[in-house]
Design a protein around this ligand. Sequence first.
Ligand SMILES: [Zn+2]
Ligand SMILES: [Zn+2]
Length: 398
Amino acid sequence: MTVTDDATAIAGDMARLRRAIHAEPEIGLDLPLTQQKVLAALDGLPLEVTTGAALSSVTAVLRGTRNSGGPVVLLRGDMDALPVTERTGLDFASKLDGAMHACGHDLHTAMLAGAARLLSARRDELAGSVVFMFQPGEEGYAGARYMIEEGVLDAAGERAAAAYALHVASAQLPCGVFSTRPGPMMAAAEVLDVTVHGHGGHGSQPHHAADPIPVACEIVMALQAMVTRKFDIFDPVVITVGSFHAGTTDNVIPDSAHFLATVRSFSPASREQVRDAALRVVRNIASAHGLSATAEFTNSYPVTVNDQAEAQFAADVVAGVLGERRYVGQTNPQAGAEDFSYVLEQVPGAFVMLGACAPGADPATAPFNHSADAVFDDAVLSDGAALYAELALRRLAR
Ligand SMILES: [Zn+2]
Ligand SMILES: [Zn+2]
């Protein structure tokens, strides 16, 4: 029996777990119902299980018996849902208004629990240890960072030598096709929060006031000029001001103007550069007009950077286990962001996408992750679990 045969044999259990999690989605760092379901799925396996303090994470360690002094591989599955009201009409759709597993993390949880079962049955083939990282709070809560602070990277007693995460996509990739790339895989994302401080007054006598509105407008335009003049077009940066607010009526100059921008970058170097350059533009344009500005970056996720060798290894494992046709290289990084980036800052590894487009849907036009209409096919669960397991088995045997 191969690992994929074993995975097929437990596909029904994984689908039941996935659907149970899907029906009761939880958002953020505290996912008590999801945590319970994971603990129940792992019950009876030869794992050392601990739960988080600051968040409802589950960390499980499996010690292989083939080489007890062998290295450690970390496998990560995130577990949280999004504040979206589901519109799919599936019979296991979310029972909760305003919460939906629209990013497919319910599948990641079920696949990782499946991999824990597959590997537990093959302990004697495992030349080292495996850390299973069941993570809350990926969607903007930096759950991975909290789990790192609580020691997940060293959970087996030494630092993990490699780390892998799978992520399903409801569109863009054909169902069952895996994809990754060496180097930058996902963008860094952060919020630039700016307030221009002026001094209010009568709209007919602006010279007696310090009007923050034209200054804030000038900053918005200067940020766009900065993007085109300061950054390599082959290492791009995106700045979008998505919120801009000031004033109450036509003839009153307000005291301040406030805007929020999302800032995306695709290499640690350009991320560093855009953070410095944007703050300089904001502060100095305000100061040129005799006003001041406060600006800060919040809600940051770093660039998700795949290790060259580990990304190639993951591609080879897909081809070796499932066949060449099940892998396509990803040309460009994606502009979305991932907090698995925090893991990859400290441990070489790879973040791998898995097409999970609904049966009959066209991957080019199907609703994408985060849509209220996004549908993910259960059929990928067995291959996803098998790939997690094979990544660990083969990486430890290397
Ligand atoms: Zn997402
Ligand atoms: Zn996600």
